[in-house]
Design a protein around this ligand. Structure first.
Ligand SMILES: *Cc1c(COP(=O)(O)O)cnc(C)c1O
Length: 391
């Protein structure tokens, strides 16, 4: 039988065909009026996609480059910062702030859980310079409550810069960036915006720009102040990733087109799409006998489930690939073999969800030897879809 390759991974995610065409056609030089028009258009679109009046900058790097820039530009050696970590990407923040000499207060939650707000409150100090967290911890498919953290910041350490890794939070979560006071919000191209890896974007508040003037950490390629100066002229400091930027413009046009050309409404629809597909996937996989890895605060970017005791999630990953050419993600680090993850962010629709669940019924029955009645997972998803469609 024919098997179409399908990515169900939380980065890279499936590519939008219109974005691929735009990338293929993007043979323009970056110091020309054509490029300046494209860059200014995409930066303006990104502000709407992020949902902020703050500046939004684009960097030619993967998401981690923007994470690094959010440390190197905002801190000085010896600064006290608070890091919230509950997975592999939270651990990346810990490594990054230490690499730049910060004194890190760390609040941890076990894999698959989110933080106790009381622990965050206790760890925040009046001299905390910055707070680093994920909106969605992709390694465990867990959502963190950014609004609640912002409120604690306002209460205990109002001067602190709030830095949010929204790399899988954007496009799957409704944020009020300016209302909550998110100073830096980071996104990556290979996630909800439907294009290949290689671009990061971040919004930067006035408060964060001020903090940058005091920062003594070294930076060169990722000097955000230099990027801002150039962006005003429609240029980037160094050679930009022209093709990806053209693809990003096409993807944001597509997202707007899903809501009659209104990008803000399109963004809301994209988030709701992820929320519904995530809920349907959770219902389907639980009906098959899997256990949610993050039952109390599940992310809409991806769903992580644990395989039953004694079984290996790698077998599920391998079998889906070899039988159906469907690519899902294994657990990272110590979670490898224990969980698998299915993505919902970006260019996924409900039919993708139903197809994956139908394939999963075969794998659960044939590979994991679970007692599966065909249609169980699909039926559970259909109920979730029907409820969401009514709303
Ligand atoms: C994908 C991802 C990143 C960025 O990783 P890169 O490989 O640098 O693109 C960072 N944080 C989260 C939560 C992610 O999902």
């Amino acid at each position: 039988m024919i098997r179409k390759t399908r990515l169900f991974t939380p980065g890279p995610t499936p590519l939008l065909p219109a974005a691929q065409f735009a990338m293929a056609a993007a043979d323009i030089h970056h110091r020309t009026p054509e490029f300046r028009a494209l860059y200014q258009k995409v930066l303006a679109q990104l502000k709407v996609f992020v949902g902020t009046q703050n500046d939004v900058l684009l960097l030619a790097c993967s998401g981690t480059g923007a994470m690094e820039a959010s440390v190197s530009n905002l801190t000085s050696p010896g600064d006290r910062v608070l890091v919230l970590t509950a997975g592999k990407f939270g651990e990346r923040w810990v490594d990054l702030v230490k690499a730049f000499g910060c004194q890190a207060d760390v609040v941890e939650a076990p894999y698959g859980q989110t933080f106790q707000l009381a622990a965050i409150k206790a760890a925040l100090k009046p001299d905390t310079k910055a707070i680093y967290l994920q909106a969605s911890e992709t390694s465990t498919a867990t959502n963190h409550d950014v609004q609640a953290v912002a409120r604690l910041r306002d209460e205990v350490a109002p001067e602190a810069i709030l830095v949010v890794d929204g790399i899988t939070g954007l496009g799957t979560t409704h944020f009020d960036v300016d209302g909550w006071g998110i100073d830096i919000l980071i996104g990556g191209s290979q996630k909800a915006v439907m294009i290949p890896p290689g671009l990061a974007y971040l919004s930067v508040s006035e408060k964060a720009w001020k903090a940058m003037d005091a920062s003594k950490n070294p930076r060169y390629y990722f000097d955000l102040r230099k990027e801002r100066k150039n962006a005003v002229k429609g240029e980037s400091a160094y050679t930009p990733s022209v093709a990806l930027i053209a693809g990003l413009g096409a993807a944001l046009d597509y997202i707007a087109g899903q809501a009659g050309g209104d990008l803000e409404k399109g963004r809301i629809a994209l988030v709701n799409n992820a929320i519904t597909n995530a809920a349907a996937t959770r219902a389907g996989l639980v009906a098959l006998g899997f256990k949610l890895f993050s039952p109390d605060s599940p992310s809409a970017a991806a769903t992580a489930v644990a395989v039953p005791e004694g079984l290996d999630s790698s077998d599920v990953v391998k079998a889906l690939k070899s039988r159906f050419a469907a690519v899902i993600a294994n657990g990272q680090g110590s979670m490898k073999g224990q969980i698998f993850r299915v993505a919902h962010l970006g260019f996924f629709d409900y039919l993708d969800t139903v197809a994956l669940l139908a394939a999963m019924e075969h794998i659960a029955k044939d590979v994991l030897k679970l007692p599966v009645e065909y249609g169980t997972a699909v039926a559970a998803a259909q109920k979730v879809y029907a409820e969401a469609a009514k709303a």
